[in-house]
Design a protein around this ligand. Structure first.
Ligand SMILES: Nc1nc2ncc(COP(=O)(O)O)nc2c(=O)[nH]1
Ligand SMILES: Nc1nc2ncc(COP(=O)(O)O)nc2c(=O)[nH]1
Length: 531
């Protein structure tokens, strides 16, 4: 490639004769996510454009003209046969002809804005253009965190700006070092709108320099509570006998909500119809549907539940159950298998861009995973980064191996059409991990948040800004330490593990005992986050 090795971003999976371009998108009118989704669909529908990757979605304060609604921003990486000016025309046609944008004045509110940020022509070299109607790289790129943050999710950390020749990540850090509140972004996971109100999970990571001026990314947003609603007779911890009695289930949900919402502003209710305890017997798909779908429907239709504070998650590895649960009103699909138990799962998630998906790490299947806990560092063809720095040596092998295997699943998910903005990561405590490994993973959660790698396929995967869910509640590794054989005796110890998980960076914690863990989460958020 004409570009030097460090700037080699064209992985060998891209068509050779096509150029690569990065387009920033923004919307601050109407249904912003829907406008963005439509603009991306129009881009992808063009025969001369193929979408490769879409960044996270970020909510950002308006710049320049401040008296307008907050923006939803992000970046998309495309390959294209178009020239820069042909691509500019396509973007304008999408904004004005397809989505009906009207420009009253500069920086005014807009249905959608598509700006070409950077362009690499077919031999991989960076295009520099300075014409009346099109300047590349975008002239305001270096002052906009709402462009640089999503762009840096898509590009290896050593990619430089063609004019300053400085890494783009350094330019982004320079913006944050100025310490302007308006530059800090909320990372948004959009959820299915209900009664036309926009719903989303929101997270905030910021770069800070600690007491000895070491810089690192820390999580500022409060961790969220995910309460377990096991609709199974054999769930190993609560052995819920009344599992099919809808009235009883709703009573349980009412108690979960009042216990959680005393201290939290929302609760995620994780409905599980099929225990995933290692070696547990797996019920049929029909049985799982009969257990879970009626519960989700009755939660969603129950008038005396605080619907605006409830988010529903379905704990399933079956695509059909996920599909039916989404139709019944589930907002999140929580799949402990990372899409490995049912090859149709990713397709179901990709067809619902407003549904979040928990991409979990495991190995093997329910009965074999218990023996698959030998981890080696990724092979040398995989280039790994931590906080933007290349990783070498044999440190943090367990975490890097899990992160690398999750990266492979991430690339597969994106390749099947799932959007990055839908994803939540879970290292899968107890799934193909022993007790000691679970503890090591908890201690290194912030490494997982800041992990990136270039896979052998050439795909660049970056976990920055993707929230992390952990599920330690009542698990055997806790009972082993406190010598509590009965899972129900492990709640007090679970609470201290939950607090540590939040201290190490967890964004969502999955718990059985809502009343006690809600207090733990409140204390931990007050201690470790802006809560
Ligand atoms: N937060 C935010 N503020 C903004 N202010 C102005 C413009 C106008 O951008 P242009 O110069 O590319 O038209 N776009 C945004 C935006 O996308 N997000
Ligand atoms: N995302 C996620 N989901 C899960 N579902 C079930 C279990 C098994 O525990 P349970 O039988 O107590 O629900 N653990 C997890 C977990 O660790 N993460």
């Amino acid at each position: 490639f004409a570009g030097n090795q460090e700037n080699d971003i064209i992985s060998n999976t891209y068509p050779k004769a096509w150029s690569t371009a990065f387009i920033a998108f923004g919307s601050n009118m109407g249904n912003k996510v829907e406008n963005i989704q439509k603009a991306l669909d129009y881009l992808n529908a063009s025969e001369n454009v193929e979408i490769r990757k879409v960044s996270s979605l970020f909510e950002s304060e308006p710049m320049y003209f401040e008296d307008q609604d907050v923006f939803m921003n992000g970046c998309v990486e495309i390959v294209t046969k178009l020239t820069p000016h042909e691509l500019l025309k396509l973007c304008k046609d999408i904004e004005y002809k397809e989505l009906g944008r009207i420009k009253h004045f500069d920086n005014c509110p807009r249905v959608v804005d598509l700006d070409i940020i950077m362009f690499y022509d077919k031999d991989g070299s960076q295009v520099i253009l300075n014409t009346k109607d099109l300047i590349i790289p975008h002239p305001k790129l270096l002052e906009r965190s709402f462009v640089l943050e999503p762009l840096c999710e898509l590009l290896p950390p050593d990619i430089t700006h063609p004019l300053t020749t400085e890494p783009l990540t350094d330019h982004l850090n320079q913006i944050y070092d100025q310490g302007n509140e308006a530059d800090v972004l909320w990372k948004i996971i959009p959820l299915q709108p209900r009664s036309s109100n926009f719903r989303a999970l929101k997270f905030m990571n910021v770069k800070m320099t600690d007491e000895i001026l070491r810089s690192k990314v820390i999580t500022k947003s409060p961790a969220l509570l995910m309460g377990i609603l096991n609709v199974t007779p054999d769930s190993f911890s609560d052995g819920n006998k009344q599992y099919l009695n809808l009235q009883k289930q709703i009573e349980t949900v009412k108690i979960m909500c009042s216990d959680a919402l005393r201290l939290q502003d929302k609760i995620i209710i994780d409905v599980g119809g099929c225990s995933t305890r290692p070696n547990s017997s797996q019920v049929s798909e029909m049985e799982e549907l009969e257990r879970t779908i009626p519960v989700i429907k009755s939660i969603r239709t129950c008038k005396d539940l605080p619907q605006e504070n409830i988010i529903i998650s379905i704990d399933t590895y079956r695509a059909k159950v996920a599909q039916e649960a989404i139709i019944a009103g589930a907002d999140i699909v929580n799949d402990i298998s990372g899409g490995t138990f049912d090859s149709d799962m990713f397709g179901v998630i990709a067809s619902h861009p407003n549904v979040a998906y928990v991409l979990s790490h495991t190995r093997g299947n329910i009965s074999s995973m218990i023996d698959l806990n030998k981890y080696e560092q990724p092979n040398s063809n995989v280039k790994e980064y931590m906080n933007g720095e290349k990783i070498s040596g044999r440190s943090a092998i367990l975490l890097r191996s899990i992160a690398h295997e999750l990266s492979e699943r991430y690339a597969q998910a994106i390749g099947e059409g799932i959007r990055r903005w839908q994803l939540i990561l879970d290292p899968g405590l107890g799934f193909a991990k022993n007790g000691k490994q679970n503890l090591e993973i908890i201690r290194q959660l912030d490494l997982l948040k800041n992990y990136a790698c270039i896979l052998e396929s050439g795909e660049f995967v970056n976990f920055k800004n993707i929230p992390i869910l952990v599920g330690p509640s009542r698990k055997a590794f806790i009972g082993k330490i406190t010598k509590d054989d009965d899972p129900k005796d492990r709640d007090f110890a679970t609470a201290s593990v939950i607090s540590s998980c939040i201290g190490f960076g967890a964004d969502i914690v999955r718990v059985h005992n809502v009343v006690d863990c809600s207090k733990t989460i409140k204390i931990a958020n007050t201690l470790y986050r802006d809560a």
